[in-house]
Design a protein around this ligand. Structure first.
Ligand code: SF4
Length: 211
């Protein structure tokens, strides 16, 4: 069972009292609330306009995001861009972020391999996401993958059976689909095309709900 994390052990004390997105990003750049800052190159904060209608929430920055300092700029981000275009959603109108703002990885030879953040790290970083949601107040929050979905919709949430459904929560309307990196990992072309189609259909449903 995950250890309960007190607010003092999280990023909560670092969140500015009168936040703006810029102030939040600056404060998060100095965050040392969990150990992930030691391995990551930099904090990768969310990006997008205040009052964006949609907020996409992934798990954590990947290798390219960690080096570049921006969310969703690697292979998964490019696939997200492609799917958004096909679904008719302009990424420039969306805010993109992650549940955890530092890249967690382990070495394998010369490569840095993604490692899932644990419950304590997710809880430590949560105040940044809550502050982003409070600032942006999106019409829809779209969880990309199980880590984001379970963080926002509860630990019993199953992306496989509940993707595409809309939930009214205290944070606003939340829905979930797969993380684009899942599609990249599908081994054969036909299954990958099918999964991409399902992903685009989930995004189209959101586009329709937005009107
Ligand atoms: S992962 Fe989040 S809580 Fe941990 S150091 Fe980075 S910004 Fe702070």
């Amino acid at each position: 069972m995950a250890r309960k994390v007190s607010p003092e052990e999280t990023a909560a004390p670092l969140v500015p009292e009168s936040p703006t997105l810029v102030r939040l990003e600056e404060a998060a750049a100095e965050c040392r609330a969990c150990d992930l800052w030691k391995r990551g190159t930099q904090t990768v904060f969310g990006e997008g306009r205040r009052a964006s209608k949609i907020m996409f929430v992934g798990e954590q920055p990947g290798n390219e995001e960690d080096l570049g300092g921006h969310p969703f700029i690697g292979p998964a981000g490019r696939l997200l861009d492609q799917a958004l275009e096909e679904a008719g959603i302009d990424r420039k109108l969306a805010y993109v972020t992650n549940v955890v703002k530092h890249f967690k990885w382990e070495p394998r030879g010369k490569r840095r391999i993604h490692k899932k953040p644990n419950a304590t790290e997710i809880a430590s970083c949560r105040p940044w996401l809550d502050a982003e949601i409070a600032m942006v107040r999106p019409q829809f929050i779209v969880c990309l993958g199980a880590t984001a979905a379970r963080a926002l919709l509860g630990s019993s949430f199953r992306v496989s059976s509940q993707r595409g459904q809309f939930f009214d929560t205290s944070l606003g309307r939340v829905t979930a689909t797969v993380h684009p990196s899942f599609i990249l990992r599908v081994p054969d072309d036909e299954s990958r095309r099918r999964e991409m189609g399902r992903f685009i259909e989930d995004l189209r449903r959101i586009a329709r709900a937005l009107g």
